[in-house]
Design a protein around this ligand. Structure first.
Ligand code: FES
Length: 599
């Protein structure tokens, strides 16, 4: 029997067979719902409000565990496609331009009986060069020359003439650098003359509806014929939406974007290119391709100048991707002479160590907790997100993005919160939220925020009158465990890389911290949760979106592209799971420190 589902606020009507899973019906109907746990009923992100004859009034249900057995009226949560500027981590700054891609304005002689040269030959004669010219440009030559009384602009990529344009467009010369994260996609529009980053936009990766981590994306890709192509279509559509938004904001025409670069973890890289990611999840975890690729944008449907090029940075290994190469480009990690570490705190945590003699890298399945996902009230760094927590002199203070009522908590806020609760004994080193009577009497202001849920305690961050939904916003025991797993995974990776090169934590002279929360994270809080035991705060530097900066550097410089290619060839990859000590290290790394490690 068929049922009708009316979807609000869009007013769309969908039909499905009885027993269909609501999440699948909504997704097939084109609605993007977060499904961080891949539809396993664990993350709570696929919740919708629904009315049915089966129950009284409206109720909130998990769409991934609801079988449709009657007609439904479903109200979807408001989805922000583009994220708040606060979450855009690339400052507007300028990078050096060293490109073989050039534009030049020319006045071309008219055709004449005496001369007899073809249109393309007259253009090349004016340039006093003999370049390759492709068919697409050749086809445009006659019309553009006929229309351009005042002259034409030519675009060269190294030895090839890639475009001819009417009039003088030499100042309209742009490129876009993309950082495709498992959770967030960032695009930066750059001026190819000045090297200035003009606008940066970030958006949610639409593939999140198939799961929050790379493994669930790979699983989805394998579940049905055409799923890899579907994932590719979703990410390309997302990049095209970012292109449109960037162009609109900067008042730039898409045909004047001649190049793009992409960094991302190896799985995101494969899905963008429509490459089957299956092998990434099976030992020996090899990618289809590691090397850099130059792709015609039309081949994957990217809407920039058709004759432009897309440069996809190289991967290091199956789980250490081009995003790590980007972080190294951003930090100059390969050029240091003392032990230095770079950590990218994403859903897939990637770590690179330069011992001073050799470079080793690994990846750890940190999960999306650092990005505010898989946390009961976790959210991106957008309006309404708690981004900072302070417990001081008997007061509990929150800093909320946009100074609005509280909607949830983002990654930097979560790290701050847990560091503060550890410091004040509300969470013990095992990660347990303690009973109120274990707190000292001067902590009464925190005691009143501890609420029993029967099994454990929740810590109230915002009371109903302080929250946007009118519901209390709480930190649950399971949320602490999520962060604990994430920090445990990263710390295990760091320890094992150090062991591989015979160094200790105290030998590290500098640590670069890159990640979704970038410059907004408090280094003291990162130390507070024990991510880098025994390292003074002065040696830790938060660099923001390192992978994105690397993508911009490669966009603007051919030398940086060559650097990326060399890096990917020379970094030694360490497969953590194959090491016998991995489990022990991981268990040890889960504990929180008793006190913060400061200088
Ligand atoms: S709870 Fe439904 S997708 Fe996670």
């Amino acid at each position: 029997m068929k049922h009708q589902i009316k979807v609000e606020p869009q007013g769309t009507i969908l039909y499905c067979e009885g027993g269909s899973i609501l999440l699948n019906v909504l997704q097939q109907g084109g609605f993007m719902l977060d499904a961080t746990c891949g539809g396993r009923g664990r993350c709570g992100k696929c919740k919708v409000w629904a009315e049915s004859d089966e129950w009284d009034g409206k109720k909130e249900i998990l769409s991934c565990t609801t079988a449709v057995n009657s007609d439904l009226l479903v109200t979807l949560p408001v989805q922000e496609k583009f994220l708040d500027r606060k979450s855009m981590l690339l400052k507007t700054h300028t990078f050096p331009v060293e490109l073989n891609l050039t534009k030049k304005f020319l006045k071309v002689k008219k055709a004449s009986i005496e001369d007899g040269k073809g249109d393309v030959e007259r253009i090349l004669a004016e340039l006093k060069l003999d370049r390759q010219v492709n068919l697409a440009v050749t086809k445009q030559a006659m019309e553009i020359l006929a229309k351009s009384k005042e002259g034409i602009t030519v675009v060269f990529d190294d030895q090839e003439l890639i475009a001819i344009e009417q009039g003088d467009t030499t100042n309209e010369f742009f490129g876009i650098a993309f950082d495709i994260g498992t959770t967030t996609v960032v695009g930066s529009l750059c001026d190819l003359i000045t090297g200035k980053v003009l606008v940066t936009v970030s958006a949610t990766n639409p593939q999140r509806q198939h799961g929050g981590d790379v493994i669930s994306r790979i699983t989805y890709a394998n579940e049905g014929a055409g799923n890899t192509e579907k994932l590719q279509e979703e990410i390309v559509a997302c990049l095209n939406e970012i292109i449109n938004k960037l162009c609109k904001e900067a008042k730039v025409c898409t045909k004047h974007i001649y190049c793009a670069t992409v960094v991302g973890n190896t799985c995101m890289h494969h899905l963008l290119l429509g490459l089957n990611p299956t092998q990434l999840a099976i030992a020996p975890y090899v990618p289809v391709v590691q090397r850099e690729l130059r792709v015609n944008p039309e081949e994957i449907g990217l809407k920039i100048n058709k004759q432009g090029s897309l440069y996809v940075l190289p991967n290091i290994a199956g789980f250490v991707g081009a995003d790590t190469v980007g972080v190294i480009l951003a930090t100059g990690l390969e050029r240091v002479s003392e032990p230095t570490l770079a950590v990218d705190l994403g859903t897939n945590g990637e770590i690179v160590l330069n011992s001073g003699h050799k470079m080793v890298a690994c990846s750890t399945a940190a999960g999306p907790a650092f990005e505010g996902a898989q946390i009961t009230y976790g959210m991106r760094a957008a309006e309404g997100a708690i981004e900072k927590v302070e417990i001081n002199n008997g007061t509990f203070k929150l800093k909320v993005i946009g100074n609005s009522k509280v909607k949830g908590i983002c990654g930097s806020g979560l790290i701050d919160l847990i560091a503060q609760l550890l410091k004040h004994g509300v969470i013990d080193p095992s990660g347990r939220i303690v009973e109120p009577d274990l707190l000292s009497s001067d902590m009464a202001f925190l005691m009143e925020r501890l609420r029993s849920n029967g099994k454990s305690y929740d810590f109230v961050l915002a009371f109903p009158e302080e929250s946007l939904s009118g519901e209390p916003i709480v930190l649950k025991q399971k949320d602490v465990r999520e962060l604990q797993l994430a920090k445990g995974a990263i710390l295990t990776g760091i320890r094992m890389l150090l062991r591989e090169v015979g160094l200790n934590m105290t030998d590290l002279k500098q640590v670069y911290l890159a990640g979704a929360f970038g410059n907004y994270v408090e280094v003291e809080s990162v130390l507070g949760i024990g991510l880098f035991p025994a390292i003074p705060a002065s040696r830790i530097k938060a660099i923001g979106n390192g992978a994105g900066i690397g993508a911009i550097k490669a966009l603007l410089s051919d030398q940086e592209k060559e650097r990326a290619e060399l890096l990917a060839k020379n970094i030694i990859h360490l497969e953590l799971a194959s090491k016998p000590e991995f489990q022990d290290e991981f268990i040890q790394s889960l504990r929180f420190p008793v006190q913060t490690s400061v200088e």
